[in-house]
Every structure is written in C-alpha cells, then in structure tokens.
Design a protein around this ligand. Structure first.
Ligand code: NAD
Ligand code: UFG
Length: 347
C-alpha cells in the first residue's frame, strides 16, 4: 500500500481526490494550512471516509501547516520514514487560485504558488521522493483561439495566477531534465471543475466570496446572493455568453489516480496533460440546465465582460484519454445535480 502526500488535500479538488485515493487502497497524508478550507471541512472528509468504510479512517492523516515551511515538510517526510512507510508520491494542490486577487497581489501568488512548489521539490529531492502530480491549469493557454486546445498550444498566460502556473511547469521541467532517469512528473491542466461528491458530503467550499461561476450559482439558488451577474452576452458564441469545458470533480479526481498510476508503472518522464471533457457549455446553458435539473430559480442579469475572459476554452483531451485510459463519465446535468446537493447539505 503506497503512501501519498496530498498538499492542499482539504480543498475542493484535493478532498475529492483524497477520498478516491483511500478507496483505491492508498494511504493519504494531507498537509493543509486551511487558508482556503477549514478543520471543519477536513472533518467532513473524514466523515465521508467513515461512511464509505470505517477502516479508511486509519489511512488518512492531517498535518496542519504551510508548505512553504520547510521544517514542517521535512518533519512529515521524516516521520513517514521512521514509521517504515516512506512517502512514495506527492499530489500537489496547495496554492492560490483567484485570478482577480492575483492581479492585485501578484507577490502573494508567486510566494504561495511558486515558492511553495520550490520548497516542496527541495524536500522531495532530499527524501528521494521523485513522483509528482502538479495542479496546473488551462489558464496557462491564455487567449488561445484554438477550437479545441491541445497540450502543444502556445503557453501564454494573461494574468499573474496563470504566470505562476506556467513558471512552475517550466521549473518542474528543469528539475526533470536535470535527472531524467529519476523524476516522474505530470502537470495536469484542469479546465473548469464543478460538481461535488454524489453524497453531497463534500464539495467546493470557498472561504469568503466565491470567484468561480458554480459556487456563485449555488449561492444565488439558495438565496445567499440576490442574483448572478453574467459577464457579457456579446461574445462571439451562439448565445453570446462565454463557453467553458466544465468537468465533474469526481472525474477529475479519477484523472489524478490514473495519472499517478501511469507515472508509477512507466519509465521516468515529464508530461503535460489536459483534463477536460472536450465539451463546451455556455454560461447561459449552464444556468438553464442548473435551474431545470434542480427545479430552482437562479435570477441573473447581464453585465460587462470581465477583464481577462476569453470567449471559449475547451480541451482537446485526446492525450489523457489515450495514455491514461481515462474517460470523463459525468454529464453537465450530473455536475449541476451533485453540486446543488452539496450546497443544500452545507446550507
Ligand atoms: P482550493 O482553494 O479549494 O484548495 C487548495 C487547498 O490548498 C486549500 O485547502 C488551501 O487551504 C490549501 N493551501 C493553499 N496554500 C497552501 C499552503 N501554502 N500550504 C498549505 N496549504 C495551502 O482550490 P482547488 O479548487 O481545490 O484547487 C486546487 C489546485 O488546483 C490549485 O493549485 C488551483 O490553482 C488548481 N486549479 C484549480 C482550478 C479550479 O477551477 N478549481 C482550475 C485549475 C487549476
Ligand atoms: N462568470 C460569470 N459570472 C460570474 C463568474 C463567472 O458570468 O459571477 C463566467 C465567466 O465570465 C466565464 C465563466 O463564467 O465565462 C467561467 O468563469 P470562472 O471564473 O468560473 O472560470 P474561468 O474559466 O474564468 O477560470 C477557471 C479557474 C481558473 C482556471 C480556468 C481554466 O478559475 O483557475 O478555469 O479554464 F485556470
């Protein structure tokens, strides 16, 4: 049974991936500072694990702290070695992700996203753990005009958040190139993860005002926010609203497990992989589907375009499909249904 370190494992994608890891017989060591989650949410992850199988609880452990703290990271790796169970791989989610905030506070983003990864790599190298999955983002493609974006599209981010992700990808490539017979690294470029675990016990739980569309729709539907602002209806798309590639967070979680297994089972390598469905949905379609499947109202108005948005971002996911034998299975209806269930459970 392999032990995996999950940085940011109490966050949205990390929590769903951790549950999936436990169900696939991994041991999960989470490190999280709770800057965008909470101990309470971590308890929810444990409750879900317990509900699935109480034995899973023995295989999950939390270290509360910041990955930029090298002593903390070293302590985690050392403790594992002392227990005779070294950490064999890392899934690195911990980072900040709010585009608008990154424009106002770029230094903070370089610190959390770049320095955080830098410290992690230093410690992984020291403890000879050289298998890494990194949470990258489709944001690295910037304003790509490609109908479906492949991994070979130009990397050209347009905001500080995107620059930190692209810089980390480059840094990791340098690390791999320095010892290509030792490192196994996959940078997973997520498109737009939404939805929640089908039990409704965990989901996206941002601290403060949401930044992304889905938690916003949820909070409007439950009455916490009066109405949704749709950023522009004059885009060059069929209904004038932006098109994105929404992917169910459980399909994304599965993509992580398969990527990890792919790295473990194959020769050392460095890969960039798009994780999306390849299907585009407009903002208006998303809102309408959400209202329809959940039988709730989501009042909205059209406002000006948001700075930095692009009309359409949809993945060519062919590479992931072929090398991982992965296939996203959940429809946009299921994403809306599961995401709303979580909001109702959470209140
Ligand atoms: P999230 O904010 O829900 O989860 C991140 C977790 O990391 C949080 O629990 C937070 O408390 C923790 N964290 C942040 N900085 C930390 C630090 N220095 N030390 C320890 N813990 C720290 O975000 P998410 O949606 O789960 O995203 C996970 C990763 O995926 C991020 O790196 C994000 O940039 C990337 N990503 C997310 C999306 C998306 O739309 N959700 C899209 C593309 C890429
Ligand atoms: N949108 C609205 N109103 C809102 C919020 C969003 O109309 O209140 C629209 C946006 O204009 C965009 C779409 O909904 O057209 C999706 O917006 P999100 O903010 O949810 O997501 P983005 O596509 O802008 O970016 C997200 C993540 C990034 C990631 C990127 C990958 O925030 O971290 O997906 O495609 F890099």
């Amino acid at each position: 049974m392999k032990r995996i370190l999950v940085t940011g494992g109490s966050g949205f994608i990390g929590s769903h991936t951790s549950i999936n890891l436990l169900q696939k017989d991994y041991e999960v060591v989470i490190v999280d500072s709770f800057i965008n989650s909470s101990r309470f949410f971590y308890e929810r992850i444990k409750n879900l694990a317990k509900r699935i199988d109480s034995n899973l609880l023995r295989r999950i452990i939390l270290f509360e702290g910041d990955i930029r703290d090298k002593n903390l990271l070293e302590g985690i790796f050392r403790k594992s070695i002392n227990e005779g169970k070294r950490i064999e791989g890392v899934i690195h989610f911990a980072g900040l992700k709010a585009v608008a905030e990154s424009l106002k506070e770029p230094s903070k983003y370089w610190d959390f996203n770049f320095i955080g990864t830098f410290r992690l790599i230093e410690v992984m190298e020291k403890y000879e753990c050289r298998t890494l999955i990194f949470s990258s983002s489709a944001t690295v493609y910037g304003c790509s005009k490609d109908f479906l974006i492949t991994e070979s599209a130009i990397v050209n981010p347009i905001n500080p958040y995107g620059h930190t992700k692209a810089a980390v990808e480059n840094f990791l490539k340098n690390i791999y190139d320095s010892q290509p017979d030792k490192w196994r690294i996959a940078c997973l470029r997520y498109f737009n993860p939404i939805g929640a675990h089908s039990t409704g016990m965990i989901g996206e739980n941002p601290n403060g005002m949401p930044n992304n569309i889905f938690p916003f729709i949820n909070q409007v539907a439950i009455g916490k926010i009066e109405r949704l602002e749709i950023f522009g209806n004059d885009w060059e798309t069929s209904d004038g609203t932006c098109i994105r590639d929404y992917i169910h967070v459980m399909d994304l979680a599965e993509g992580h497990i398969l990527s990890l297994e792919f790295l473990f089972e194959n020769e050392c390598r460095f890969i960039n992989l798009n994780l999306g469905t390849g299907i585009g949905t407009s903002v208006l379609e998303l809102v309408n589907i959400f209202q329809e499947v959940n039988k709730v109202k989501v009042p909205f108005i059209y406002t000006d375009r948001r700075v930095g948005d692009v009309a359409r971002i949809v993945a060519d996911n062919g590479f992931a499909l072929s090398i991982l034998n992965w296939k996203p299975t959940k429809t946009i209806n299921e994403m809306c249904k599961d995401g709303w269930k979580w909001q109702q459970v959470k209140g």
